[in-house]
Design a protein around this ligand. Sequence first.
Ligand code: NAD
Length: 259
Amino acid sequence: MSVEPENRHHPRLEGKVIIVTGAGSGIGKATTELFQQHGATVIAADLTGADHRADAGNEEDIVRLVSMAREQHGALHGFFANAGISGGLASIFEQTVEDWQEILRVNLIGPFLAIKHAAPVIKEQGAGSIICTASVAGLRSGAGGPAYSASKAGVISLVKTAAQQLAGSNVRVNAICPGLIETGMTEFVYERARAKGQEDRLGHLNPLRRGGVPREIAQAALFLASDESSYVNGHALVVDGGLSSSHPFNRQDYGRTAI
Ligand code: NAD
């Protein structure tokens, strides 16, 4: 199986200026590279490891990134609000109000600020796309800690409301819900499995029976950022190998399914 894209066709983001947060690692880094390969000018922002230092949950930093796009590149066509923190797998009874405030600040207020400040500037170009990274953790429990899951459910709700409140603007707002992807955030899961010799169990609950790689989320972001998704709006696109397509069930109850 190859997850490498076919890039022989035309660049899909030629001439577009797009801000990416969380661009220093994992999904944001892979998406920055793919967007650039497709002709975009990317303003890559992160706390560390990217060209521009910015805190995705800080309003002044987001305003500065949007101004930079306009002043240095003359336009803004897209925003990938992707920065996120997990906060670990502590339970409701272990997490503090401070834990919740910080996780919601980065994961949910971050996308809110991106939409609030980028949408009016994108609208000036006539059309554009805002993409927020949610998670399968926002669909149901069991894929992250309580504050993380609530923050990602909030992102799914936010893109739907934003799409409506941007009616008539030609600015589309969508979310991506990744499943298990090997990045800095999930490094401990992968390391633990490898240390136990159980790497083959990673992602084994989904029908593709493997974890994903950042490039596979970048490909979904590329579609949503490009004009190819011109009629996709207010949607949460699940990219999880099929993990969330089922309730937990006992395969033995379903007869022979292997082919
Ligand atoms: P990652 O840790 O590799 O990358 C996240 C990046 O965000 C890091 O570079 C980090 O420095 C940056 N960041 C954190 N807080 C920030 C802030 N306040 N301002 C700016 N940058 C900040 O992890 P990743 O998996 O690539 O995470 C990207 C997004 O994908 C996150 O929103 C995460 O919740 C989401 N996600 C990841 C998975 C997965 O399995 N890896 C699954 C579902 C959703």
